[in-house]
Design a protein around this ligand. Structure first.
Ligand code: PLP
Length: 393
């Protein structure tokens, strides 16, 4: 008999960011004072917008007075916030009931917690290269993991396999790390595939706000058939700079039923048992994000990151480097030039151009020979990095 969940022993140690930090430290010790351009970490760099800051202050004030004080919030979210989120979908033509939206503390929490709903014998399908948390959460649960390779040939947007199976299928579009985004036709194939086998699509929409092209869906629920197979997990982290503030939402349609059980009802039961809701203060900030003023301010914030991507893509074009992403994503995934491996390219960029990015193999074997640049940095760094890469060609 085991006392603990021994599947934790199956987790592979990840040294990716520790290795990156070690190499940067060594370089800096040898070259003190040199400016390093950091295009590695996927965290945002711009502060929260003024309307959100105002809401946070007001909410803190509310908590200081008997008349406006809030205790426990409803476990599935403040009805007002659930309503504005559902309304945002409805404005884009996706008809959702408010009860299908659950307020969360962010996508990471949900990606882990949602696994409570599924039997451990249900395999997980991951498209590689992959956001590492998908794999680790399923290893912890002792679930079998089936991988499907994304590569240059399929534009890092693989199609469903020919063999029908029943599984928990993770789709992240626009993707981290590749920045590639499914168009309607491509995503529809996954929706149809999931419905055919009774699978569940776990659609990670953390980067939906970066979608710029009309044929790229921002939500899986824009597609016919998604209501009977998909769960969408979204976050304000990248949409509104909430990485350190923490707020997100999850959509589970009423039509999603397996083994005669409604997954929406199961999640209500899960949240009411395992959480006491998200803080009043943060939900008030969330309401500010979706106000007219908040939407305008966050759009400007995103436009700035988008412009970074444009500038960097132009430099890559000039250098003749193959890449995906950038257009609908804050990530640009490049093919390491001259057939270099990911770490070789890392060292070359650090030593010759003082640029730091993320070696693709940190996201699985399909990432070998590729490299991720993040566009969340400052405009000055992005412009300078673009210049240096174009000069390196
Ligand atoms: N999903 C993807 C694909 C991400 O890249 C990230 C964060 O980088 C998350 C989820 C986590 O988002 P959150 O900050 O809401 O936990």
């Amino acid at each position: 008999m085991s006392i603990v969940n021994t599947h934790y022993g199956d987790l592979k140690d990840s040294y990716l960011f520790a290795d990156i930090a070690k190499r940067i430290r060594a370089y800096q010790e040898e070259h003190p004072g040199e400016r390093i351009l950091r295009l590695g970490i996927g965290d945002v760099t711009k502060p929260l917008v003024p309307s959100v800051i105002r809401a946070l202050h007001e909410a803190a004030e509310d908590q200081s007075k008997k008349e406006t004080f809030h205790g426990y919030m409803p476990e599935c979210g403040d009805p007002a916030l659930r309503h504005v989120i559902a309304e945002r979908y409805r404005k884009r033509g996706v008809l959702l009931d408010d009860s299908e939206v659950f307020v969360s503390s962010g996508a990471s929490d949900e990606l882990g917690d949602i696994l409570d709903l599924f039997d451990r014998s249900l395999p997980a399908v991951l498209l590689q290269p992959v956001y590492p948390a998908y794999a680790d959460a399923n290893v912890m649960a002792g679930r079998t993991i089936i991988t499907i390779d994304a590569d240059e040939e399929n534009g890092f947007l693989p199609e469903p396999p020919s063999e029908i199976m029943t599984a928990l299928i993770y789709i992240c579009s626009p993707n981290n790390p590749t920045g590639a985004a499914y168009d309607r036709e491509g995503l529809q194939k996954w929706v149809d595939y999931a419905n055919e086998g009774g699978s569940i699509l776990l659609f990670d929409a953390a980067y939906e706000a970066f979608v710029a092209e009309p044929d790229i869906p921002r939500s899986v629920f824009e597609l016919p058939g998604a209501r009977t197979c998909a769960i969408e997990i979204c976050s304000l982290s990248k949409t509104a700079g909430f990485t350190g503030t923490r707020l997100g939402y999850t959509v589970i349609p009423e039509d999603l039923v397996r083994d005669d059980l409604s997954l929406n009802a199961m999640w209500v039961r899960n949240r009411t048992t395992k959480t006491n809701g998200v803080s009043y203060i943060l939900q008030k900030a969330g309401l500010a994000v979706f106000s007219e003023e908040g939407e305008q301010e966050t759009a400007a914030l995103l436009e700035d990151y988008r412009k970074n991507a444009e500038i960097f893509m132009r430099a890559l074009d000039e250098a003749g480097i193959w890449y995906t992403g950038g257009t609908n994503s804050p990530y640009i995934w490049v093919k390491c030039p001259h057939g270099l491996g990911s770490w070789e390219y890392f060292d070359l960029l650090l030593n010759n151009a003082q640029i730091v990015g993320t070696p693709g193999e940190g996201f699985g074997k399909c990432g070998e020979g590729f490299f991720r640049f993040s566009m969340f940095g400052s405009r000055g760094d992005i412009e300078e990095a673009g210049r240096r890469i174009a000069e390196m060609k």
